[in-house]
Design a protein around this ligand. Sequence first.
Ligand code: F3S
Length: 424
Amino acid sequence: MRLTAAEQRMLDGGDGPAKQKAMAGLVQLGRAFGAERMVEIGYAHIHAGMALYLHDVELMEDLAELGATMAVPSSVNIANADTVNWQATGAPEKLARLQQRAADAQNRMGAACTFTCTPYWAGHWPTWNTHMTSIESTVTIFCNSVLGARSNRDGFFAVYAGITGRYPLFGYHLDENRRGTHLVRVDTPLRSITDFSALGFHVGRIVGEGVPVFEGFERRPSLDELDALGAALATSGGVALFIVPGVTPPYATAAQAFGGRVPDEAVDARRADLDAVYDYFCTRDDGVFDIVHVGCPHASFEEMKEYGRLLDGRRIADGMELWVTTSRPVRRMAEEAGIVRTLERAGAKVISDTCPISCHFARTVSPDPELGVVPPPLRAIVVDSAKQAKYVRDMIRCDTLLTGTAEAIETALTGRFVRHGRAA
Ligand code: F3S
């Protein structure tokens, strides 16, 4: 790889051990993917340091100890506990305290301690053509597609990119990989944000790591709808970029999005395809469930307003548990607006920094027994997101009931599962 003088100095240790370690990692990554050089990045969404993974928090503390600081604006991905109100999820205090240590390390390194999968709702909004890095696939696909920034689906390397301000030039940083591969004809009206999630899940399964170009939306999708679409595309497939000509930058038409190439495949998305996704994630028909969850990806302020509207003056049924997950910055805005009060009066729990599959419910991690983590026995979770549904099944290993947001909230209010499309 060709390195600039500044990059070589980092690699040689001239800028300290943290930058040296980070640059060495990035050079290794670049060589593995055939990158010829590095690019300067303008933003990094980085690993939190997960309290449920052995020695993971310590990994971030070690970097802070080495003197690492973020060279670019950086936000921090979701964590394993609500660091302020861990009691709400039943997490042991030890786990929350350990998670808080990761926050301390991030603060020392100068990363904004957002602990969220939707840092864009918290003000991290990279602009068109900004090279960036992200550990979270939802962030990668939103920033690539909706904002026109340039990001791969990264892992821990995102931390190294944040420390150096550099990233190897390959993948979605290059123009040639930002063209459409599959034409998707949407042949049904989409009635809810969850319909966008179901659409994304259906299409992601077909296109794999392709770049779908969507046609046929009845109207211009909202930011929340595009967010749900992207999160699900990145879940069932390895999609990192989608295109809605005339809506997402930079293409005005499908022909421009394909850049003169013939699409690999045309994909139809009909109502039956979306219904099949709902059916796939409704794995119980005895009406039994333990928790209703909304807010995946972490809710925007607009979504918080909608939950407030649906719950205003009402009360969830006895014995029901309703979780609303959002980032702490959005929660603060919702507190100012009186929305959190409305939700809590209705009996909902407003939870930040984590989500059902990222908290101590997950059975696929092996926590230190000293943390005292005992995943509760959950039979089923009602969700309004195909992404959450997929990971609830894989990581918590319990049943799921996928439905629309209004129906999920109606479920919590009545205590009976309400199928999508059936809200009053
Ligand atoms: Fe975020 Fe958890 Fe969903 S990390 S995207 S709320 S599965």
